[in-house]
Design a protein around this ligand. Structure first.
Ligand SMILES: CC(C)(COP(=O)(O)OP(=O)(O)OC[C@H]1O[C@@H](n2cnc3c(N)ncnc32)[C@H](O)[C@@H]1OP(=O)(O)O)[C@@H](O)C(=O)NCCC(=O)NCCS
Length: 190
């Protein structure tokens, strides 16, 4: 039997785990689609896919955290056992934007949207950031049009921070909008 990749976090319905090649191939097949990539610069080509995987591995190696694979537990429910997407933390590094902050992010396959999976996973990542990882605050970045993403930022208690917005070269000069959550505000949510 093949070994399961190391589990990072578990929630009621989900398992966040380290990437292996099979999980990565599933993730790319299921999420490298026009709908999912609409606000992320469009569908990636082979080079883009390889660069992205190297970036995620690099965050893990440097910081001990990255955007992890998110899989539905194998419990017979909706999409049981399947890769749903990715969720986790990097350190903010976009040119022109905040640098070094714990940045939460997510990307889920379209047929998993609307089931609360992204929120369930993001809450676990948020709490790990302030708990085990000792982050003083977390941030999240998106574009104004990506309502489902900033909606999720709000649903996990983050607040709009227009003072951290910036124009991104990576996204054609578009404005990147910021949300954040400070440790003292997170403590009030518990
Ligand atoms: C951003 C993204 C992860 C949000 O996914 P999502 O499924 O809408 O988010 P949630 O997990 O919070 O689910 C919320 C929805 O599930 C519903 N839901 C169903 N069962 C639920 C449950 N048990 N618990 C919570 N919500 C539930 C909610 O009512 C809500 O539906 P609504 O939007 O119709 O009101 C997803 O749209 C995505 O992957 N987008 C593409 C990638 C991307 O742009 N990433 C961000 C880059 S900045």
């Amino acid at each position: 039997m093949s070994q399961l990749p190391e589990t990072i976090l578990e929630t009621e319905r989900l398992r966040l785990h380290e990437w292996d090649d099979g999980s990565w191939d599933d993730f790319i097949r299921l999420t490298n689609t026009p709908g999912v990539m609409r606000w992320l610069g469009g569908v990636l080509d082979g080079d883009g896919i390889a660069t992205f995987r190297a970036r995620l591995d690099g965050y893990r190696d440097r910081f001990g955290h990255t955007f992890w694979c998110c899989r539905r537990k194998d419990d017979g429910g909706h999409l049981a056992g399947e890769v749903l997407g990715m969720v986790g933390l990097k350190r903010a590094n976009q040119e022109g934007g905040p640098q070094g902050d714990h940045e939460i992010g997510w990307r889920f396959r379209e047929d998993s949207w609307g089931h609360g999976y992204a929120k369930e996973a993001a809450l676990a990542v948020r709490d790990q950031a302030f708990g085990e990882l000792g982050a003083p605050h977390i941030i999240a970045l998106t574009m104004d049009g990506n309502k489902t993403s900033w909606g999720l930022m709000r649903r996990i208690g983050m607040q709009r921070r227009a003072d951290l917005d910036f124009a991104s070269k990576d996204f054609g000069g578009n404005t990147i909008i910021a949300y954040s959550l400070a440790r003292e505000d997170w403590e009030l949510l518990a």
